[in-house]
Design a protein around this ligand. Structure first.
Ligand code: SF4
Length: 62
C-alpha cells in the first residue's frame, strides 16, 4: 500500500489522525504528517477509512 496526500489542501481537521493514528499525525499548525507512507496491509482498512472521512479529500491510497 502506498499513501500520497496533497498537503497544501489539508485543512487540518484531524479526522485521519483519529481513524489511523499509526499512520497519520499533525504538525503544530494541524497539517497532516505522514508517519508511514507505506504501511502494512493490516492497516489498509483504517487508511482507507481515513481517506474516506478526510473532509478535504486529500488522502490517496494505492
Ligand atoms: S483529515 Fe484530511 S484535512 Fe484533516 S488533517 Fe487529515 S489530511 Fe488534513
Amino acid at each position: 500500500m502506498k499513501i500520497t496526500f496533497d498537503e497544501e489542501k489539508c485543512c487540518g481537521a484531524g479526522q485521519c489522525v483519529l481513524v489511523a493514528p499509526e499512520v497519520f499525525d499533525q504538525d503544530d499548525d494541524g497539517i497532516v504528517v505522514l508517519l508511514n507512507p507505506s504501511p502494512s496491509d493490516d492497516l489498509r482498512e483504517a487508511v482507507e477509512e481515513a481517506a474516506a472521512v478526510c473532509p478535504a479529500n486529500v488522502i490517496h491510497v494505492e
